[in-house]
Design a binder for this molecule. Structure first.
Ligand code: CU
Length: 166
C-alpha cells in the first residue's frame, strides 16, 4: 500500500471546507475527533491529535498516518527535559492495549505532519489517514482548530501537562 502517492496527487483537490463531528470505528478501534491546528504562513509542520479506544481483546499499534497536503507523517512524543519541551520520533508507534484509550494531545503524543504545501485554516476539515499495525489504514478527517487551541472541541479538559516537570 502506498497511500501517500495517491494523496499527493489529490492534495489540492480534496481540501474540504466543512467541519463535522469526526468519530470513526474500525474493527475494535474507536477513533475520536481527529484534529490539528491552523498553521501560520510558511509553516512546514503541523501536529495531529486524536483519541483512540481499543474495545477489542488484542493490542494494536498506531504506526503513522497522513494528511492531505503534507509530504509525510511521523509519530512523535513530547517529553520534558530539564524544563524544556522536546519531541522525538516514536519509530515503533504507540501501543493501544485492550480496554485502553490512548490520547494524542498537545504536550504529549502526536502525529507530526511534515512538508506542508498549504496553510491549514481554522474551520477546515482535512482528509487524512491513520495507520495501525493490525487494523490497517483508516480514512479520517482532521478538524482544523484555532492556532492557540490546546484541545479539540470534544476534549476541553485536555491541557498542556507539565506534571513531569522538576
Ligand atoms: Cu512532533
Amino acid at each position: 500500500m502506498k497511500p501517500t502517492v495517491l494523496l499527493r496527487a489529490l492534495a489540492l483537490a480534496s481540501l474540504a471546507t466543512v467541519a463535522a463531528a469526526n468519530d470513526y470505528k474500525t474493527g475494535a478501534l474507536e477513533i475520536q475527533q481527529p484534529w490539528t491546528r491552523a498553521t501560520p504562513k510558511g509553516a512546514k509542520t503541523a501536529a495531529g491529535y486524536v483519541a483512540i479506544k481499543n474495545t477489542g481483546s488484542a493490542p494494536d499499534r498506531l504506526t503513522g498516518g497522513s494528511l492531505t497536503g503534507a509530504g509525510g507523517a511521523q509519530v512523535h512524543e513530547m517529553t520534558m527535559d530539564r524544563g524544556v519541551m522536546k519531541m522525538r520520533p516514536v519509530p515503533d508507534g504507540i501501543e493501544i492495549k485492550p480496554g485502553e484509550t490512548v490520547e494524542l494531545k498537545p504536550g504529549g503524543l502526536h502525529l507530526m505532519f511534515m512538508d506542508l504545501k498549504a496553510r491549514l485554516v481554522k474551520g477546515q476539515s482535512v482528509k487524512g489517514t491513520l495507520t495501525f499495525a493490525n487494523a490497517g489504514t483508516v480514512d479520517v478527517e482532521f478538524a482544523v482548530e484555532g492556532m492557540g487551541a490546546t484541545a479539540g472541541t470534544a476534549a476541553h479538559r485536555m491541557q498542556m501537562d507539565h506534571m513531569q516537570m522538576h
